[in-house]
Design a protein around this ligand. Structure first.
Ligand code: NAD
Ligand code: ZN
Length: 246
């Protein structure tokens, strides 16, 4: 559980001058009602996410993959940010040098008011043409049929603008994430299983450069052994305890 002396130590860290970097994962949105991939409620029609969020699955059966994303869009559309998202947005306003790196694709950080966000794995509210690469912001797109590109006569099949398992991350975004992690004085990891690479390596990069590492999670992860402070508990309960007035 979270003891008061660790909370105090972490609060003092945030009060000190320096660069704060936060990496979030699916656990941050769990209390909003968005299932994590590794929790059992993350299953859809008995498919595991790893069997649907891949380029191979999309090539084999794009309609199936789109049905899954339509289901996930409907689920996410119905939820709102929770205190974890709001606390991170407040920290950005309070601290001089703050960067949020997220693996989440749900857009809830932006709705909560975060501005300086590096989205490592894309965004579920965007689609991308598999032929011309054009990106659409299309939260309200009708997905009852396969979506196609409307640019000129392209007509290419659209895919979610999401980084799937086995795909490379956007080079600019991951390079920025590495650079900012390397510069971090304090690095907070929240609600991620720390098994999906390269995101999982960012805390290690920060640690090697001398950053103080804090982890918030309900369970231990492969990272737990190397962190400086462990705050065990739901992100929506733990994070608000860390907010400080300037
Ligand atoms: P994950 O599903 O692998 O792990 C979730 C982690 O959150 C676990 O370690 C779990 O113990 C922890 N957790 C669960 N509830 C929590 C809570 N209330 N408070 C704190 N921690 C909690 O998620 P991941 O590490 O982000 O990696 C999975 C991949 O799936 C990512 O690439 C991500 O893009 C994608 N994904 C995104 C969403 C989303 O956008 N909300 C949801 C599911 C999966
Ligand atoms: Zn196109």
């Amino acid at each position: 559980m979270v003891d008061d002396s660790t909370i105090k130590e972490v609060r003092d860290r945030f009060r000190a001058p320096g660069k704060v970097v936060v990496l979030t994962g699916a656990g941050v949105s769990a209390e909003s009602g968005v299932p994590t991939f590794r929790g059992k409620e993350g299953l859809w029609h008995n498919y595991k996410a790893e069997d649907l969020a891949t380029p191979e699955a999309f090539l084999r059966d794009p309609a199936l993959v789109w049905q899954w994303y339509a289901w996930r869009r409907d689920l996410i559309r119905a939820v709102v940010p929770n205190p974890a998202h709001y606390t991170l947005a407040a920290m950005e306003r309070l601290l001089d040098d703050f960067t949020l790196i997220t693996q989440n694709v749900d857009g809830l950080h932006a709705i909560a008011g975060s501005r300086n966000i590096l989205e490592l794995h894309g965004n579920i509210w965007r689609t991308r043409c598999t032929l011309c690469g054009r990106v659409y912001e299309d939260r309200e797109r009708d997905l009852s049929e396969l979506p196609y590109c409307e640019y000129g006569s392209c007509d290419g099949l659209l895919r979610p603008d999401i980084v799937w398992f086995g795909e490379s991350l956007n080079e600019t975004v991951i390079n920025q994430a590495y650079a900012t992690s390397q510069d971090a004085d304090t690095f907070l990891v929240v609600g991620t299983s720390s098994v999906v690479q390269p995101a999982a390596s960012l805390a290690g990069v920060a640690k090697q450069s001398g950053a103080y590492i804090i982890e918030i999670n309900i369970d231990p992860t492969p990272l737990t052994g190397i962190v400086d402070a462990i705050l065990t508990g739901p992100a929506g309960k733990v994070l608000p305890k860390l907010v400080m007035t300037k």
